[in-house]
Design a binder for this molecule. Structure first.
Ligand SMILES: Cc1cc2nc3c(=O)[nH]c(=O)nc-3n(C[C@H](O)[C@H](O)[C@H](O)COP(=O)(O)OP(=O)(O)OC[C@H]3O[C@@H](n4cnc5c(N)ncnc54)[C@H](O)[C@@H]3O)c2cc1C
Ligand code: SF4
Length: 339
């Protein structure tokens, strides 16, 4: 009989790991709390750096893991430790005996309404990076006028690199996401004036710098180094955004039709709850704590428990997929070496 491996989370990390574990001859079981597979990537439209459709990737991963047992709208209710395995009780009443668990529980977006000064949920023309991806997918959002915004802005580091928001870490993907989304808006609305308000630009990945240079040279997107200090609304119902340009040392005030907040990547509370059932530690950055952060990032400090993807910190899609493959191999080696 094939060995059960319980995967918590059916985002791209969980799906990729399941596909690899199937190929290695195991019986992966995916427990996904939402009603769909693909996690956040299922909500994105086109992926940097190649602008390939997110839907294609998710469909491919779902096809490759279709032989796995998959429970949607399901969570772990409680866990019983047996001699050399766990009895995992799912919220649908099914109980699973397994010696191996893989956390692929991903991240949650920082709640932008907590940064009151940016006006999310207060002014109608303020949205998040995730809302904008939703609009790219559906074309439906009353905050975006049909003729497009005459002027719009992106605010970097919303809920990241921010002690007050209790998250001093960089979310890694939002600089390049802002550049990608700004270019996409310019492609749709060539006349729009687009500003990105940033602290530093972190273009660490393959071809990211090219993307950034193209945003300036080919699309005329304006990058202003400085934190936005205040967002308000004028009598015409337009947004007034104040910042300080820290390169020129001068205050900046722009009037915009749309403002997009680049909400950061934080660990989801559900992950901490599930980790608590298995007595797993949380790291100082709020994400799951690995055995070590250099050589054993996919291993939990507890035997038989593994991690893949953004449950241990912000990652891009290629990094997440690579880590999921690595976790599948770690699990295989762990089983071969007699646990
Ligand atoms: C706005 C934005 C745009 C992005 N665009 C790109 C891009 O263009 N290119 C790129 O390389 N990267 C991009 N990224 C990064 C990309 O989204 C992540 O790399 C990817 O989502 C990580 O996948 P994951 O499986 O680790 O997590 P997730 O996508 O978060 O999936 C986790 C899954 O686990 C489920 N889950 C969570 N907790 C539980 C639980 N307790 N029980 C059961 N199920 C659970 C969730 O419902 C979810 O389905 C972007 C990120 C953001 C914020
Ligand atoms: S990636 Fe850029 S926008 Fe995101 S937290 Fe880091 S510096 Fe800020």
């Amino acid at each position: 009989m094939k060995e059960n491996i319980l995967i918590i989370g059916g985002g791209i990390a969980g799906l990729e790991a399941a596909g690899q574990l199937l190929k290695l001859g195991y019986n992966p079981i995916i427990v996904e709390k939402s009603d769909h597979l693909g996690g956040h990537v299922a909500d994105w439209n086109r992926l940097f750096p190649d602008m390939s459709p997110a839907e294609d990737l998710v469909s491919r991963l779902i096809a490759a893991s279709s032989e796995a047992n998959i429970f949607l709208n399901t969570e772990i209710s409680f866990v019983n430790r047996l001699k050399d395995s766990w009895n995992i009780m799912l919220s649908n009443g099914i109980s699973i005996i397994t010696r191996i668990l893989l956390f692929a529980t991903g991240f949650t977006l920082f709640d932008a309404s907590k940064k009151e000064e940016y006006g999310y949920g207060v002014y109608n023309q303020v949205m998040t990076n995730s809302d904008l991806e939703h609009w790219f997918n559906t074309g439906q959002d009353e905050r975006i006028p049909e003729e497009g915004p005459a002027a719009m802005g992106f605010v970097h580091c919303v809920g990241s690199r921010d002690e007050k928001a209790r998250n001093p870490q960089c979310s890694k993907v939002c600089c390049i996401t802002a550049v990608k989304q700004a270019i996409e808006m310019k492609q749709k609305f060539p006349e729009a004036m687009i500003y990105c308000f940033y602290m530093d630009l972190r273009m660490f990945g393959k071809k990211y710098e090219d993307f950034y240079i193209s945003a300036q040279k080919d699309y005329g997107i304006r990058f202003i180094r400085g934190r936005v200090s205040e967002v308000s609304e004028n009598i015409e119902g337009k947004l007034v955004v104040k910042a300080e340009d820290t390169l020129s040392g001068k205050p900046v005030k722009v009037t915009l039709d749309l403002l997009v907040l680049m909400s950061g990547i934080v660990c989801n509370q559900q992950t901490c709850k599930t980790a608590g059932l298995l007595s797993l530690p949380i790291d100082s950055d709020g994400f799951l704590k690995s055995r070590d952060n250099i050589a054993d990032i996919t291993e939990a400090p507890r035997e038989g428990i593994f991690y893949a993807g953004t449950c241990t910190g912000p990652k891009t899609v290629p990094e997440t997929l690579a880590e999921a493959r690595s976790a599948a191999l770690e699990i295989h080696n762990y089983i071969l070496n007699g646990m």
